[in-house]
Design a protein around this ligand. Structure first.
Ligand SMILES: *Cc1c(COP(=O)(O)O)cnc(C)c1O
Length: 359
């Protein structure tokens, strides 16, 4: 078997969910499990949170059906609502909570004949300008939807653009926008993603929507997951499959883009961009061998990458290489590669086997 595995600590996910809940006592939380639970495996994550989670949030009907198959009772929120008129029937059969973010969606819902009414979350565009109604449109649709046969609970939801930048003025304005609608009668309100759960108590409302924090990564550049009390969940572990010595002036990898400035010991690692490792990661991006950080050198290949082992004489073929994980935070790798932990985690490809344990 190719030596590359993503080990996933399900007890760490339960711990991180509990951290979210402790931030906002008395509130409920949709565990966000879209995109295959940010790459961790939606089935296993839902099963691990089966007894703890108040609900789950997903990005599509297909993802919702997968969660419903594992959980009869949990509330399941469709974060972008339905994408076509015929989806409302299925959403009702599955007993989902649906977001309504646009007039066409609201009209399709009102035109649908449903077996049972749906819990509806009117989405306010409070400033991100991606999805949602204006404040005036929320008021209008609130009036039109109240008491209709298709609607059970009528709820309010919005999403922050900059909650990961502490003290952001944008966040203040979005919060004020949201608060200005609370003179309408909503059954439930939801505003906070991980960043807001961790640092903006005024945004907690009734339902939290923790995503990245569940997976042990930080939404903040300058605040580590460890400082936030989060436990790492995924450790991506490869192996040194070859080692060679090269001379000054010799190059490594495609394009011969990295050239040895000293006699160097180069290790070849069983992980590449077809596994989800970012191809654009620059030389110097850290990996971990025998507890020590070693730098990536040269271009990342499809199935392999190279590291400079010159300062780690003990390294041998067969040694484990932590690509990221318990000893090398995914956020540190992401920063070195010019991206965020969200992207690295959610892009681990299906060919990487996931191994589950409760640590
Ligand atoms: C993905 C998503 C979340 C979770 O965000 P995190 O930053 O991962 O906590 C919350 N709300 C909405 C609408 C989302 O799309």
């Amino acid at each position: 078997m190719r030596p590359l595995v993503a080990s996933i600590d399900l007890s760490a996910i339960r711990h991180n969910y509990a951290v979210a809940k402790r931030c906002a006592p008395g509130r409920q939380a949709f565990a966000v499990v879209k995109a295959n639970a940010y790459g961790h495996g939606a089935r296993e994550v839902v099963a691990a949170l089966h007894d703890e989670a108040d609900g789950f949030a997903v990005a599509s009907l297909e993802e919702a059906a997968e969660v419903r198959a594992l959980h009869d009772e949990a509330r399941i929120l469709l974060l972008e609502g339905c994408f076509a008129a015929q989806e409302y029937q299925v959403a009702a059969q599955l007993g989902l909570d649906v977001v309504l973010h646009s007039a066409p969606q609201a009209q399709q819902l009102l035109a649908a004949r449903l077996g049972r009414p749906l819990n509806v979350w009117l989405k306010l565009d409070s400033g991100m300008h991606r999805l949602g109604f204006s404040e005036a449109a929320v008021r209008e649709w609130h009036a039109r939807l109240c008491g209709t046969a298709q609607v059970a609970e009528l709820n309010l939801l919005s999403h922050f653009a900059c909650a990961d930048e502490r003290g952001s003025e944008m966040t203040e304005q979005q919060l004020e926008h949201f608060l200005s609608l609370l003179n309408l009668d909503f059954a439930q309100r939801s505003l906070a993603n991980s960043a807001a759960i961790l640092t903006i108590p005024a945004a907690h409302m009734d339902w939290l929507r923790p995503g990245i924090m569940l997976y042990g990564a930080s939404p903040f550049r300058e605040l580590s997951a460890e400082v936030l009390g989060l436990k790492p969940v995924m450790s991506l572990t490869a192996e040194l499959i070859a080692i060679r010595e090269i001379n000054v002036g010799e190059a490594v990898g495609y394009g011969a883009s990295w050239v040895a400035a000293r006699p160097s010991r180069i290790g070849t690692v069983s992980c590449g961009y077809a596994d989800g490792y970012p191809r654009h990661a620059p030389s110097g991006t850290p990996l971990l061998v025998r507890g020590q950080r070693v730098p990536l050198v040269g271009r990342v290949s499809m199935d392999m990458l190279a590291v400079d082992l010159s300062d780690l004489a003990e390294a041998q073929v067969g040694d484990a290489v932590q690509v990221w994980g318990a000893q090398l935070p995914v956020d540190e790798v992401a920063q070195a590669a010019g991206t965020i932990g969200y992207e690295l985690l959610s892009k681990v490809t299906p060919r990487v086997p996931r191994r589950y344990f409760s640590g």
